[in-house]
Design a protein around this ligand. Sequence first.
Ligand code: PXP
Length: 240
Amino acid sequence: MTKMKLGVNIDHVATLRQARRGFEPDPVAAARCCEKAGADSIVAHLREDRRHIQDKDIRLLRKSVKTRLNLEMSLADPVVAAALSVRPDQATIVPERRAELTTEGGLDVVRHFRRVKNIAAALRKAGIGVSLFVDPVAAQIQKTFEAGIDTVELHTGRYAHASAREQVRRELDALKKMAAFARGLGMTVNAGHGLNYRNTRAVARIPGIEELNIGHAIIARAVFVGLEQAVREMVKIVNG
Ligand code: PXP
């Protein structure tokens, strides 16, 4: 069995820095620390409102990240232009609503099919791998495939937020079925959102998922134990 990978989302290192609009903590130094602790990729979301990660951050990350840089981005023209200019290893297309606290659901690729397809083609032409963040729903995965995109990231938010045991089981089952469905189409399957030190193990055991992308829980734990230790602990869970 191949090793499950961990992508660490460093957005909230930038959130803390932006609280004072200064220089610390530095997301580039954080990325280096995550890589040292065993992260397989560094994830950063260049939001349209630039509430945390800034354009300069992704330019610097592009130069310094030694593993893989996975840029989360919406379909907005200025963000697409930034991605084409910086050329991350991978672009993960996500939906974005201005007032949301975080990415609340997967992208509706059925609805935005033509635009997704065109932007994915432009990104690929620039040598950027493309992934789409979708809910674990067959129609969305099927349309992602039809848009010529070979990687999906399954949104684990409904699983992470479920509380009743039966609901947790149902959401985990949906993730398992949809991971198998996407693999059946020959796609690479990743997953993320809302995963933490308690609920990640069950997702890490789902056959066919290659990488989990985790941010908030790791940065939150880093406040108490340090970033390197927080990442090491999550690497252990992911590979448990
Ligand atoms: N994957 C994607 C596509 C996301 O948009 C996010 C949130 O930025 C994450 C993973 C990480 O979510 P969390 O911060 O809840 O771990």
